[in-house]
Design a protein around this ligand. Structure first.
Ligand code: TEU
Ligand code: CA
Length: 558
């Protein structure tokens, strides 16, 4: 495909990815659970929207302790989602609609119900023993002080052999031992099996956690119930070696898209993961910008957005990887509360702020990811009772807050409500019929009651909707190489209200101006006189030179 701005042109750099959380997308058989046939039904919609790649959250056989992120059989389909025939049909139909399919690869851990683990726990000399991470207890206690990501210790005692196994997530998600070459080969064979079927790539779950520091030292426990494993688990000593091996043995043989989820990754570290010459991955999902509003209780504290800090972080990633590697661009996924409620406005300025956030993200350098419902501005949920929640992470956290930390119930509830992953997991809002058109049965998690106002059908008919605006953002990228390959420069770095940057490619310049507040603010772009004739993307009906109205977003092409 040649080069542009010193960057090799590839299809995945020019793509827009759309994430589906299958459990909540479309039910086809009235059991209240989204499924593969449901997704097939919605392929024409996705083609109409203009996205290129669908990332499916896990669809494999699973006991659903963590909604499919605990896999008990890597070559089979989750019973609730359908059969392998359904999957094969989905893949064929998707390709017919010019949509690629990217699977979620969850191989830092499996389910404790996976046959490997069932064997592994039987005896210390079982051939599968070394597929997992087993340790002796220390003076009758856990091998070290690490806490699991979903509460409690990261170790679980197993009677059969009087030893503990490591689980960095729930006790039903034992960590796989990547230091074992036999395990690595199993994973590589499984990946090739799916790629040979014709899938187009992988999103790799917490892939930067697969190599643990030998000795598994205690973590910092200051002000915490358990020790922090981060420095000993994230970006460990052999992670690049293992990813290069994966690339040589598997990925390099196919024309695929890859993105690795990488909590706590720095831009320096990312150069190794996604460097054009590294032979590892195409992109990572970094977490720095998503953690910008964290406080005392980590993600369970949501501070007001510090825009200057957010700009600093995203700019560091934009310029840090320019010409060296490739960025992923995201505001949302199945783990994050909804962006329009978080950094936009889900009341009076719902429409404008959702469009502004979309503009700000989609005009940067990198591959944009849209999470289901983001394209219609789906919001957080006004949960009123703890039994409306389903997610293991927030339920355990609520329990810890109330029973271990002694927080009062109202405060604990408020924290869960704001940050719970369930905000992202309520069913897709298709139309104003019962359950938003998601299911005629009782949904596994309640539909957000605002589906009567916010839904695909209504927005499809309204040219001024968030949905049409997103469709247009996607189209604009397709028609303008500057959006894909142009270099990025931050403008007005210290402005606390406006996110402004420019993109440059050859003779062309793109100016992007986004007001992140509900107030009118004055702006002056150094080196450019605002000119209405050059306005190519705009989320407002009025235009005043030098002043942005609440949540106004403008893009000028010069
Ligand atoms: O997430 C890993 C991760 O680091 C976090 O975002 C996590 O979801 C949690 O919110 C930490 O507070 C991945 C998946 O995206 C997530 O859905 C899974 O639960 C997790 O791995 C385990 O597979
Ligand atoms: Ca179903």
């Amino acid at each position: 495909m040649g080069q542009k701005n010193g960057i090799e042109k590839t299809w995945w750099k020019e793509s827009v990815v759309y994430q589906i959380y299958p459990r909540s997308y479309q039910d086809s058989n009235k059991d209240g659970i989204g499924d593969l046939q449901g997704i097939i039904k919605r392929l024409p919609y996705l083609q109409w929207l203009g996205v290129d790649v669908i990332w499916l959250s896990p669809i494999y056989k699973s006991p659903n302790d963590d909604n499919g992120y605990d896999i008990s059989e890597y070559r089979d389909i989750m019973t609730e989602f359908g059969t392998m025939e359904d999957f094969d049909l989905l893949l064929t139909e998707a390709h017919k609609h010019d949509l690629k399919i990217m699977l979620d690869l969850v191989v830092n851990h499996s389910s404790d119900e996976h046959a490997w683990f069932v064997e592994s726990r039987k005896s210390t000399d079982n051939p599968y023993r070394d597929y997992y991470i087993w340790r002796e207890g220390k003076e009758g206690k856990e091998p070290n002080n690490w806490g699991g990501s979903f509460g409690g210790s990261a170790w679980k005692y197993d009677e059969a052999t009087n030893m503990y196994f490591l689980h960095t997530f729930s006790p039903k998600q034992p960590d796989l031992n990547w230091d074992n070459p036999v395990l690595r080969d199993e994973v590589f064979k499984m990946m090739s099996w799916w790629l040979d079927k014709g899938v187009d790539g992988f999103r790799m779950d917490v892939i930067n956690m697969i190599s643990k520091v030998p000795g598994l030292p205690d973590g910092n426990q200051e002000g915490r119930l358990y020790g922090d494993f981060t420095p000993y688990v994230m970006n460990g000593p052999h992670v690049h070696e293992y990813l290069q091996e994966m690339n040589q043995k598997v990925l390099s043989k196919y024309d695929v898209i890859t993105v690795g989820e990488a909590p706590a990754v720095t831009v320096e570290e990312a150069k190794q993961y996604v460097g054009f010459d590294s032979g590892e991955l195409n992109m990572v999902f970094e977490f720095e910008h998503m953690c910008v509003d964290e406080g005392q209780y980590g993600k369970w504290t949501k501070l007001p957005l510090d825009l200057v800090k957010l700009k600093e972080i995203l700019t560091k990633w934009q310029t840090g990887l320019d010409g060296i590697g490739w960025n992923s661009l995201y505001w949302n996924n199945h783990d994050q509360p909804r962006i329009v409620s978080r950094w936009g406005n889900d009341g009076e300025y719902h429409n404008k702020s959702a469009k502004m956030l979309g503009t700000c993200l989609h005009m940067m350098q990198g591959t944009p990811y849209i999470y289901q419902g983001e394209e219609i501005g789906m919001t957080n949920v006004d949960f009123t009772s703890i039994d409306q929640f389903r997610d293991i992470e927030c339920l355990n956290q609520y329990d810890d807050f109330v029973n271990k930390i002694g927080m009062d119930k109202e405060e604990a509830f408020a924290r869960i409500k704001k940050s719970s992953r369930d905000n992202a997991r309520t069913p897709m809002q298709w139309d104003s019929s019962v359950n938003g058109g998601f299911s005629e049965g009782a949904p596994w998690i309640e539909v957000n009651p605002n589906y009567t106002d916010i839904n695909v059908e209504a927005q499809k008919e309204d040219k001024n909707s968030i949905l049409h605006f997103y469709k247009n953002l996607i189209k604009y990228r397709k028609d303008h190489e500057i959006v894909v390959y142009g270099s990025y420069e931050l403008l007005l770095a210290d402005d606390p209200n406006v996110f402004a940057y420019k993109r440059s490619l050859g003779e062309q310049t793109l100016y992007v101006l986004c007001n992140f507040t509900d107030q009118s603010v004055d702006v002056e772009i150094p080196g450019y006189e605002e000119d209405k004739n050059q306005l190519v993307i705009h989320n407002d009906t009025e235009w005043t030179k030098g002043t942005l109205r609440p949540y106004e977003a403008r893009v000028y092409l010069v």
